[in-house]
Design a protein around this ligand. Sequence first.
Ligand SMILES: [Zn+2]
Length: 337
Amino acid sequence: MRCASCNADTPGKTAKGNGYRCSNCGHQFVAVKKRDGVSDAAIQKAIEQVSDKGKLFYRTEHVAYRLQRKLFGAGKTGRIGCLVLIALIVVGLLFVAMTAKAWQPLVAVAVFCVIGAVVWFGSRTKDYLELMKRFEAVNPPERAVPATEALIERERGREALLSGLRGAARILVCQNRHDAHFLIANDFHLQHVCPVTGPDGKAVDGFPELEKRLARPGALEIFVLHDFTPAGFGFIRRVRQLPGVVKRREPTTLVEMGFDDRHLPMLKRMLLPLARIAGSSDATVKEWKAREGAQVTALMPAVLLAAAGASLAEHAPIRSPKKEDDEGLDHESGDSE
Ligand SMILES: [Zn+2]
């Protein structure tokens, strides 16, 4: 097992013997491949990809999604293989049982089915977010998106830089406060001269950005970034119906950045059962067409930053990457475990 601190390699047996600690520096191992499906080294690689080699701020969820996406593919084939194997064994043993009238094979069939089911469901319910939280408790992240207070503090120290945003004729409203924080932490608002707010239209410093801009004369473009979930669709509907938007006399354009059905090709590997997405109630799960959704956070940080920037420039929804770009965007090429 490769150490997340000193990079030394400790044989699995040795690690197990000393309470999963590095034999070189004593650093605690967190993930055990057999149990968690990934090793600490694989998690570090995912962090490197998500942070674009330490250049971007990211959230724990970004890494969890990265692991999920990477392992879901492998897990899926594993599960299908498992099912096929079980089916073959069942058919074979039933055939034997029928011809030989023996009861032992039937018992064996039952045992195999139970083992198969346990393996199958076990691999389905892995919680990479929980694993990532444990990992970060031992290996504190260097580029974590700062918490609200820390971010406000940072922005307050940059008044001169932010002053350019005050006159901008556009604003980006995020359904999720954490997505706004992620964009701001990575200076998206400065790079694109576009104030970024949370769902309440307030800027990170608590200033009522959206309200103020709606009241101000002149053309205004409102960009809205939301999840591919019932809550996300509800959010864009609410923004459309805001009194300040409906009654505005000045030219007002509302640009739905995403995500919706148009983004399905882009989101196909990021869809999760809605029941597993935070904030989904039983009622929304039942009425939601596909019963699967995707959060903005499911996108790789670099991909989201680039796609959102392009959306602002084009005054159009986030575009799905061209098929041939798909793999490259996800930094999937050259991946080996
Ligand atoms: Zn070590």
